[in-house]
Write a new protein. Structure first.
Length: 107
């Protein structure tokens, strides 16, 4: 028994991605155009959207943003050392809620 790797069972037609499985129409006629058209009909296709490139571009931009705003941290450290850092009650409550619920969840 010889197994044809190009044969697709017509009774098991399934949709794979956007292409439907088709039975192979490859014949041994010796005609080169028959072989070329059969090969192009049986091939899988892949389409990539522009979303991937947008995500990669955003990742690159995000990697350039520092995790810590050093100038803000230095200013707060200086205020704490001088004893002039006096956050208001609302600022403390907002920070506690933000820590508990996540950013943007206050009010």
């Amino acid at each position: 028994m010889k197994i044809d790797p190009n044969f697709l069972d017509p009774s098991a037609s399934q949709n794979i991605g956007n292409t439907a499985a088709k039975p192979s129409s490859f014949t041994k006629s010796g005609n080169a155009s028959d072989v070329d058209s059969a090969a192009s009909d049986a091939g899988d296709t892949v389409e990539l959207s522009g979303t991937l490139s947008e995500v990669q571009q955003l990742k690159t931009q995000l990697s350039q943003v520092p995790d810590v705003r050093a100038n803000r941290v230095a200013a707060l450290q200086q205020q704490i050392q001088q004893g002039t850092y006096r956050p208001g009650n609302q600022a403390i409550a907002d920070a506690m809620m933000s820590d508990l619920l996540g950013p943007g969840a206050t009010k």
